[in-house]
Design a protein. Structure first.
Length: 225
């Protein structure tokens, strides 16, 4: 599907775009399940004796890395996050929010970090995969394998008619004056089923399904750095 989300339009209304970024935290709290993902998948990889590093690819307005740093701190872990996005508007919004210790925002793509020789204990993304073409997805996964010494976890929507109907009836009406409603429904239509994602994923990557209607595309390095 080649339809573009409104927030990806370089000429979109800046006010609506910033309201969209501002509402992402509430939307992700309702549908993305990051508290469960943190507890079940990320927390077991955190070391209590050293600073842990995490890369968030396609960070948008920055609500997910802010939440992760807070949860990790409450659990007694030090987490330092580099959050990147290709869209300068997303980074400008994220950097305009109150600063969080250990959280750094940067306009960049994953390939630039590979070229710099960077490495991270953990890599995540949220609602990124359905934006990518098949070649772009393969390039991202190759970059993640080069960048990560531990666990890579890409969380995205799992396409399903009930996900579409539930979002349209129960979530989209809650968010006015932004692109959440239109773009959210389009995102569901553009997203992968678990079977489709397994077909696209290279060797060494696994797909797990979470309720409700989530895909986790995961890769674990053979040895932790």
């Amino acid at each position: 599907m080649n339809l573009a989300e409104r927030m990806d339009d370089p000429a979109c209304d800046v006010g609506e775009l910033n309201r969209t970024y501002a509402q992402f935290g509430a939307v992700n709290g309702l549908v993305a399940g990051w508290r469960q993902v943190y507890w079940q998948y990320l927390r077991p990889h955190l070391s209590p004796t050293r600073s842990n590093t995490l890369l968030d690819v396609g960070c948008g307005g920055g609500d997910v890395p802010r939440a992760l740093i807070g949860w990790a701190a409450r659990d007694g872990f030090t987490l330092r996050i580099t959050a990147i996005d290709a869209d300068v508007r997303a980074i400008a919004f994220a950097q305009a929010q109150p600063p969080v210790s250990g959280l750094h925002f940067r306009q960049a793509m994953s390939g630039a970090l590979v070229a710099e020789g960077q490495r991270f204990d953990l890599i995540i993304s949220n609602h990124l995969l359905h934006h990518l073409t098949a070649p772009e997805l393969r390039a991202l996964l190759n970059d993640c394998e080069a960048l990560c010494a531990g666990l890579v976890l890409h969380s995205d929507i799992q396409r399903h008619p009930l996900a579409y109907l539930g979002f349209r009836a129960g979530v989209a009406p809650l968010f006015r004056g932004s692109f959440i409603g239109y773009d959210g429904l389009l995102s569901i239509r553009r997203s992968f089923t678990a079977a489709e994602l397994r077909e696209l994923a290279p060797a060494g990557w696994t797909v797990k399904s979470l309720v409700p209607f989530r895909n986790l595309l995961m890769h674990e390095a053979s040895s932790l750095a």
